[in-house]
Design a protein around this ligand. Structure first.
Ligand code: GSH
Length: 204
């Protein structure tokens, strides 16, 4: 199994983290985003969107980080990480949507500004980050994991960009439950950290 990734991509880290939590043998293939390798024909043949991550499971190609999480849970019959009952699956999907929505346009976008020089309005994306952080902090009031009483792929999907939110000048100090949640993920067997960059609040 090959995972095409870039070490500074939170979407790619999300996929890598789950591969590692499942203990699956894999090869990491780094795509040089800086030189534009992801827009070259060889990579576009793997993912026409020209984005990492992409999983190649013995010829089965899966693009999109959340799709990779779903694929790996299903392929390995890990119903503990992705429940099959209607309510359980919906609870996970709700937070996968948050990862692809509010997280992508909030903390991930704020970090794109400081780490990759993206032209988003910092005030707007940092504001969005605090809105979803406030909601997550409230959601975690009486639970350890977002979608179940044990970790699921929804928790994995949220981790990377929340953990590195300070790199985008998003201060996590006002969210003790979110910080404890991140710590619980980091304590899972097989956890692999997301590379840190000295950007934003993390530069201090
Ligand atoms: N929906 C995709 C988004 C992936 C994504 O945005 N990847 C970024 C790196 S974090 C990328 O490859 N960007 C290059 C581009 O879009 O040109 C996923 O969840 O995998």
């Amino acid at each position: 199994m090959k995972l095409y990734h870039h070490p500074l991509s939170g979407h790619a880290h999300r996929a890598r983290l789950f591969v590692s939590l499942l203990g699956l043998p894999h090869e990491l293939v780094e795509i040089d985003l800086k030189s534009g390798a992801h827009k070259q024909p060889a990579f576009l043949a793997l993912n026409g969107f020209g984005q990492v991550p992409v999983l190649d499971d013995d010829g089965t190609l899966v693009s999109d980080s959340n799709a990779i999480l779903v694929y790996l849970a299903k392929k390995n019959a890990r119903t503990d990480w992705l429940p099959e009952d209607a309510a359980g699956a919906a609870a996970v999907q709700r937070w996968l949507s948050v990862a692809a929505g509010e997280i992508a346009y909030g903390p991930a976008a704020a970090r794109l500004v400081t780490v990759f020089g993206a032209k988003f309005n910092p005030e707007e994306v940092i504001g969005r980050a605090h809105t979803i952080l406030g909601k997550l902090e409230a959601h975690l009031a009486n639970r350890d994991w977002v979608a179940s009483d044990r970790p699921t792929i929804a928790d994995v999907a949220l981790y990377s960009y929340l953990a590195r939110a300070p790199e985008g000048n998003v201060d996590l100090s006002g969210y003790p439950r979110v910080n404890a949640f991140l710590g619980r993920i980091e304590a899972l067997p097989g956890f692999v950290p997301f590379v840190k960059t000295a950007a934003g609040l993390a530069a201090a």
